[in-house]
Design a protein. Structure first.
Length: 331
């Protein structure tokens, strides 16, 4: 146990230190090359900020996960996942720099999800054989691609994506421990995600000195989504849905509203609950409210391991209260 704790702390501290250093370097390089996010009417910031800090995140997580993959038995099955990270980083950086059509981005997101699901055996399914295998895999791929996009959609104020990722990763670690799930690769991934995002938050907390950009938010959504899917195929679909439930609810409600208004849902906007709230109580307080609700969602996910209905009910109440708070603050 002591060795496990020492290793876990070591991974978090190492990735934190690397993230802190590389993010600082990325900030200087991006600023020197004038790769800045210029404020416009849909922005939540007022001054130009370097964008593309996700390079630091990818440069840590990709080799860390590659090391983890080749350190475990049958690690080659994660090759598709690692290739997916590379593909998403490339298309996301191109989008940050030059802009890429939404159809092209979505196609590569789906391709990355297809590559990632190769890590799962035919016996590892979302619905435990309740639906045909082809349908189960299709839903897994489509759901994963959607999760990648919503992670990008929700990265709209200082500190939100780093905080959300840390909360989900922490919840995954705790739920897997309670459920007795022994998956060294995903366990390592949750530790690396935590340390890397903590280091990035030192620069991204309000007022942010650097932004992730798509190069950061998209790969983070991809890796986090894989970890959640691993929990789901191990028989804990409810817990896997509960941990990111705030992101799912805010993005889902907002996009549904925009679709009903016949707006282009893939374009940038300022209509999410958290964006409205940030204009009323500021970025930091909004993110702290979200973090507090996520702490409750971790508790709900732990409850769902043994009492699914009770865990889901608690999670729905927590998210409803949070959305109500964010909405009320925006008025």
């Amino acid at each position: 146990m002591d060795n496990d704790l020492s290793f876990s702390l070591g991974v978090i501290l190492a990735t934190f230190a690397l993230s802190l250093g590389l993010t600082g370097i990325a900030k200087k390089i991006l600023a020197r090359r004038a790769l800045l996010d210029i404020p416009n009417e849909r922005s939540s910031h007022q001054v130009p900020v370097p964008r593309g800090g996700g390079w630091a995140v990818v440069m840590i997580l990709l080799p860390a996960l590659a090391w983890a993959a080749f350190s475990v038995e049958d690690g080659l099955r994660y090759g598709g996942l690692l290739l997916g990270i590379v593909l998403l980083a490339a298309i996301s950086w191109a989008d940050d720099r030059y802009g890429v059509p939404a159809r092209s981005r979505l196609s590569l997101h789906i391709l990355a999800a297809c590559l990632g699901v190769l890590a799962f055996s035919p016996q590892e399914t979302l619905f435990g054989g309740a639906v045909p295998f082809w349908l189960d895999r299709t839903l897994m791929i489509v759901g994963w691609a959607w999760f990648i996009n919503l992670y990008n959609f929700m990265d709209g104020i200082d500190g939100i994506t780093g905080t959300e990722t840390i909360c989900i990763a922490t919840g995954l670690c705790l739920v897997m421990g309670l459920a007795g799930i022994d998956d060294p690769f995903v366990s390592f991934a949750t530790l690396a995600l935590t340390g890397t995002c903590l280091g990035f938050l030192a620069y991204n907390w309000h007022p942010a000195k650097i932004f992730l950009g798509d190069i950061g938010s998209v790969p983070l959504g991809y890796i986090t989504g894989f970890c959640l899917l691993t929990l789901a195929v191990d028989g804990h679909l409810a817990a896997a849905a509960i941990l990111p439930l705030y992101y799912l609810a805010d993005s889902g409600i907002t996009i549904t509203r925009r679709a009903l208004k016949r707006e282009k849902i893939w374009e940038a906007h300022r209509q999410h609950f958290y964006q409205h709230a940030a204009r009323g109580m500021g970025h930091a307080r909004t993110v702290l409210w979200i973090a507090a609700a996520n702490a409750g969602l971790i508790g709900a996910a732990l409850l769902a391991v043994s009492h699914v209905e009770a865990g889901l009910a608690l999670a729905v109440v927590l998210v409803a209260v949070l959305l109500g708070k964010l909405h009320k603050t925006a008025l």
